[in-house]
Write a protein that binds this ligand. Structure first.
Ligand code: ZN
Length: 247
């Protein structure tokens, strides 16, 4: 209950103003994850992981949803956001173009960090900021599991993350991912199909886009409890710290 109360307090806090020394991460979701798997939605699961990582010592952790006023990101919040985490799947088209333009400006011109996960690859902000189709060559529900491996052990996003870990996942996104080229791919992996076929895949990509840092995590399907995985939670917390603007 302690964590639940803490989360509620933080979520309710932003409207009252922020202390200058604290940073803010907003975890945004379109709200379509199934409640049996994610009773607090995916943004709640990610936010809870950030709280448990100890991030609350220096960060306000805010949940935001498409269904909230101003689609969860009024100017008063977006202007204070240091890192924006985005999960979407079915409702990309409902996100307003005006909001997408504001997000792009915050990233490219003002250095806000942006983290997109899994099916947010087709989200409007993702495509707008990266400027590429952001499609994969295949989407198949034929995976038995994903084996995630740390490819760049000294990368900040990999700090404390197991060298290799496995998550159940019946959905596969096949490379290539049509995004700008980058040598900063700290997480790689193997998608193991149900028939035993092993398919290498890039799992975590980094870019610097204008003044902002940008991280994409390939895993995160809504019918698997991926955001409760302790290694994934370490990755997300590390990614927030990595993506934070250097003030
Ligand atoms: Zn999916």
């Amino acid at each position: 209950m302690k964590h639940l109360c803490l989360l509620a307090a933080i979520v309710g806090f932003w409207g009252n103003g922020f202390a200058g020394e604290m940073k803010t991460v907003v975890v945004w979701s379109e709200g379509t994850a199934i409640s049996q798997m994610y009773p607090e939605d995916i943004n709640g699961a990610i936010a809870r992981g950030l709280i448990e990582s100890g991030l609350t010592n220096a960060w306000y952790i805010v949940r935001a949803s498409l269904q909230d006023p101003d689609q969860g990101l009024p100017d008063s919040l977006l202007e204070r956001t240091d890192v924006l985490i985005w999960w979407g799947h079915k409702k990309h088209g409902e996100v307003s173009d005006a909001l997408v333009e504001k997000i792009e400006k915050r990233v490219k011109e003002q250095g806000m960090g942006f983290i997109a996960t899994h099916s947010a690859h087709f989200a409007k902000p993702n495509k707008k900021i990266l400027g590429t189709p952001c499609s994969f060559s295949a989407y198949k529900c034929d995976n038995k599991e994903n084996i995630i491996t740390v490819a760049q052990p000294n990368h900040p996003i990999c700090k404390g993350v197991a060298a290799s870990f496995t998550i159940a996942n019946d959905e596969r996104y096949s490379d290539p991912y049509l995004v700008p080229p980058t040598d900063e791919v700290p997480l790689m992996g193997i998608q193991v199909h149900k028939d035993g076929t092993q398919e290498p895949a890039k799992m975590g990509y980094c870019w610097t886009v204008g003044k902002g840092r940008y991280f994409y995590l390939q895993i995160g399907h809504e019918t698997n409890p991926i955001y409760f995985n302790p290694e994934v939670r370490k990755i997300m917390a590390n990614a927030v710290l990595w993506a934070a603007p250097k003030k």
